[in-house]
Design a protein around this ligand. Structure first.
Ligand code: BES
Ligand code: MN
Ligand code: ZN
Length: 501
């Protein structure tokens, strides 16, 4: 799909197959957007005439396709309802764009001229453009590798999005970059566990590094991790025949005042949980929906996708991305409940439940990343079922040792329609992780599973500003990966660059 900017202010002269415009409903009265008004004028009041019949209520995502309206160059006009004008926001743009995409895909339309961003305030225009691209790309996504009969490709090839001010092109480019990052994330996560192994993630990361001159990669094998003392990570990967991998990518995009590459600028670190299948290990999970545990590498996939988006935008920032990739299996070599392991940091851990493996692979990754002296560390992980109980599938959890960082993540998420909600941490919760024999237990007693999991990680992140995203509810819905939290993190990094400039 090609996404382009359309700066034509006269939609009646657009020469695409279909012009898509917004209609609002305010107190039962329909309100035409500027583009809809221009079409109405060009057609001598035809649009208003049709709306006066009263069939179209302009409810959110309601649609009406018109054909061959005189005075309008395009052979089709698609009216899209957007609800109340004063309630119009980024979420509605997403919803209406996805609905539009579904309608267009059923037709033979090859290109559209899209005015759906109209109605957002002037300062919201850029994010509206970004969101439109994300929404269409999201809806058009599919992974067909495993179907022997492929579906026909949609005839839609080009989407022209209305945008006139100077930020419009940047916003469009950001939307394209974020969508590509999301696609990588979704593909990786949707591949089944017998394909997407730790080795496969390493190969995918290698390809990404190959395609950008300023992305470097290094992969730690189990033997390297043994030397580094990563006993916690290895206690998970040991149960599987698939070798665990710690994948480290570095993106050098930061520039100094003179515009020269600044490799020394402190990086932001992104750490992802990459459990390519989580059976629970010896603390075996129940069978229902266990297939979904192929998505347990969603954190790693999200971080790789975010890196791709940043590299595509060539953001002025340095990043270090660490993917902790392992498979959690029961076997004769697997950890047993009660086993005690020693992490790279030296903290000993009693593995009370082998199904709490995410924190075991992450804690060594979080210790390792310290050597890059990151200014900020963010991890993303499908870490706890408790997170779904707390926030469902709509919003991810953020837990942090730094208030400003948590606020920045939440506000980036609000901007780009990929929301996060903060949960507390603290001494009382940390105490729930007490172990009789080791420094820490890997599970907490007494509830608040998402918080105690974060407190466990917090024992390894004391040297830097850190935030943890629990994406257990948002990395996939139903049986399909969502590409989250790529939008949230990409927006956070874009904002970070803009703030420090
Ligand atoms: N990967 C799971 C968390 C998960 C479960 C994510 C369901 C999405 C859907 C994680 O490794 C896990 O099993 N966590 C346990 C922790 C418990 C043993 C303390 C959980 O949430 O049940
Ligand atoms: Mn688990
Ligand atoms: Zn897991």
């Amino acid at each position: 799909m090609k996404y382009r900017l359309n700066s034509n202010n006269d939609p009646a002269t657009d020469n695409q197959d279909c012009v898509v415009v917004t209609i609002f409903s305010d107190d039962k009265k329909l309100v035409l957007s500027d583009a809809a008004s221009s079409l109405d004028k060009a057609s001598n009041g035809k649009i208003k005439n049709i709306l006066d019949k009263g069939d179209f209520k302009a409810e959110i995502a309601e649609s009406l396709m018109l054909y061959d309206v005189s005075g309008i160059k395009a052979s089709r006009v698609l009216l899209m309802g957007c609800g109340k004008q004063n309630e119009f926001d980024i979420k509605i743009i997403n919803k209406v764009s996805q609905a539009t995409s579904k309608i267009i895909q059923k037709t033979s339309i090859k290109n559209i001229s899209n005015y759906l961003t109209e109605g957002s305030s002037k300062d919201q225009q850029p994010t509206a453009i970004t969101q439109t691209v994300i929404a269409f790309a999201d809806d058009l996504y599919q992974l067909q590798d495993y179907k022997s009969k492929k579906e026909d490709a949609p005839s839609l090839q080009e989407i022209f999005i209305h945008g006139i001010d100077e930020d419009a092109q940047t916003a469009l480019d950001q939307g394209i970059a974020i969508s590509e990052g999301m696609k990588l994330t979704r593909d990786l996560a949707n591949h089944p566990g017998n394909v997407c192994t730790p080795t496969y993630i390493a190969e995918t990361a290698n390809k990404l590094a190959d395609s950008y001159q300023n992305v470097d990669i290094e992969v730690l094998e189990e033997s390297d991790m043994k030397k580094l003392g990563m006993g916690s990570f290895l206690s998970v990967s040991r149960g599987s025949d698939e070798p665990g991998k710690m994948i480290i990518l570095q993106y050098f995009g930061a520039k100094d005042e003179k515009g020269a590459k600044d490799k020394k600028q402190q990086p932001i670190a992104l750490v992802g949980k990459g459990v390519t299948f989580d059976t629970g290990g010896i603390s075996l999970k129940p069978g229902a929906n266990m297939d979904e545990m192929k998505f347990d590498m969603g954190g790693a996939a999200g971080m790789l996708g975010t890196l791709k988006a940043c590299a595509k935008m060539q953001l002025d920032i340095n990043l270090v991305v660490v993917l902790a990739a392992a498979e959690n299996m029961p076997s004769a070599k697997a950890s047993k409940p009660g086993d005690i392991v020693t992490s790279m940091k030296g903290i000993t851990i009693e593995v009370l439940n082998t199904d709490a493996e995410g924190r075991l692979v992450l804690c060594d990754a979080l210790t390792y990343v310290g050597k890059y002296k990151p200014s900020i560390v963010i991890d993303a992980a499908t870490l706890t079922g408790a997170c779904i109980v707390a926030l469902g599938h709509h919003i991810c959890a953020v837990l942090s040792n730094n208030d400003a960082l948590a606020d920045d993540l939440i506000s980036a998420g609000n901007t780009i329609n990929d929301r996060a909600w903060r949960l507390p941490m603290g001494e009382d919760y940390k105490k729930q992780l007490k172990s009789c024999f080791a420094d820490l237990g890997n599970i907490g007693s007494g509830g608040a599973g998402t918080i105690t999991a974060a407190c466990f990680l917090g024992e390894f992140t004391k040297d830097y500003k850190w935030a943890h995203l629990d994406i257990a509810g948002t990395a996939w819905t139903g049986k399909n990966a969502t590409g989250r939290p790529v939008p949230l993190l990409s927006q956070f990094l874009i904002n970070h660059v803009n703030q420090t400039k």
